[in-house]
Design a protein around this ligand. Structure first.
Ligand SMILES: [Zn+2]
Ligand SMILES: [Zn+2]
Length: 174
């Protein structure tokens, strides 16, 4: 399809949506009334969610990333990049800024310098949310998953000082 055709189609769709919205009919089947506050009727919506489920099951079977359809799933049915993006999003950070940060850290844990993979990396709130920290990018440090488990709700300074105490004063194997 040429660029002009695509543009025409888009324009048609925009008008179609508007017309349906005004008349309160489903933009998908153009027959039934659309559900309140939605653009589609109940039966079209049901069908779509069923199709979505079937699609996801098929993608899982074929080993495709559920997010981008790439063929290199590493975990949670996602490819490595989508896995990292998902972790950043779930922690509440801006995805693009978080990815930039990951590269700025040269894929190394901010506290232990352990080399990270998309699978082992974990986003840490330097000042924990429960201690008044926020989701700004300055408050993000990519760290190894184990380190994040250890740090949990501790602030950065106290965590590091505790690690030092363990390393200097803890029992040794000798
Ligand atoms: Zn419909
Ligand atoms: Zn992906």
């Amino acid at each position: 399809m040429s660029y002009r055709d695509k543009k025409k189609q888009k324009e048609w769709y925009r008008k179609h949506r508007l017309k349906c919205k005004i008349n309160g009919i489903c933009i998908s089947c153009c027959k039934n009334k659309s559900t309140i506050n939605k653009t589609k009727c109940n039966s079209c919506r049901k069908q779509e969610s069923k199709n979505g489920k079937i699609r996801r099951i098929r993608m899982k079977k074929e080993g495709l990333c559920l997010n981008c359809c790439k063929l290199e799933v590493v975990k949670r049915n996602l490819c490595s990049l989508c896995l990292l993006k998902t972790k950043a999003r779930e922690a509440g950070f801006n995805i693009n800024q978080a990815l930039t940060k990951f590269n700025e850290q040269n894929r190394r844990c901010a506290y232990s310098d352990i080399l990270l993979t998309e699978e082992t990396a974990s986003p840490d709130h330097i000042i924990p949310i429960c201690k008044g920290g926020n989701n700004n990018i300055d408050n993000l440090a990519w760290v190894s998953w184990e380190i994040n488990q250890m740090k949990r709700h501790l602030g950065k300074e106290i965590f590091i000082s505790l690690c030092k105490r363990v390393s200097e004063n803890g029992p040794t194997n000798s």
